[in-house]
Design a protein around this ligand. Structure first.
Ligand code: NI
Length: 138
């Protein structure tokens, strides 16, 4: 971690009150930590926008009884194998599975992998949690 630097910030009173309310709701104990996280969120979004190397998690909910679905999910993961760090499969109930795929690679490729998985017929819900390799966020 790099050296800590203090700096002053001028804000409208009402904006500061809104910031403090938000921080209380989000359980931040001080403004500095809340501000650091806001800056990091912006940096992560910028990395994705600029197509840099990123990391993220793709979650899928699907009914494993759907015809050919399991084969397609597996085939797609093999097609993008170099991006995938790990995969976890959880049997939620008799029908439903939750699959969590951790991926790292160039933003566009990780997005392509997420789109390819989420668009498979029978996938009920999918998300891509866009995160970072950790290198660009201090
Ligand atoms: Ni399952």
């Amino acid at each position: 971690m790099s050296e800590l630097v203090r700096f002053g910030v001028s804000l409208e009173k009402t904006l500061l009150e809104q910031f403090d309310t938000l921080n209380r709701e989000k359980k931040y104990t001080n403004r500095s930590e809340a501000l650091r996280d806001m800056i990091r969120r912006e940096l992560v979004q910028k990395a994705w926008r600029e197509g840099r190397e990123v990391a993220g998690a793709i979650t899928l909910i699907y009914d494993h009884h759907t015809r050919d679905l399991m084969a397609k999910v597996t085939d797609t993961q093999h097609d993008f194998q170099r991006l995938i760090i790990s995969t976890q499969h959880i049997h939620l109930d008799h029908h439903h599975c939750l699959e969590i795929i951790a991926a790292r690679g160039m933003a566009e490729e990780v997005q392509l992998l997420a789109d390819a998985l989420m668009s498979i017929k029978g996938v009920c819900h999918g998300t891509l949690s866009m995160s970072s390799t950790g290198r660009e966020i201090g």
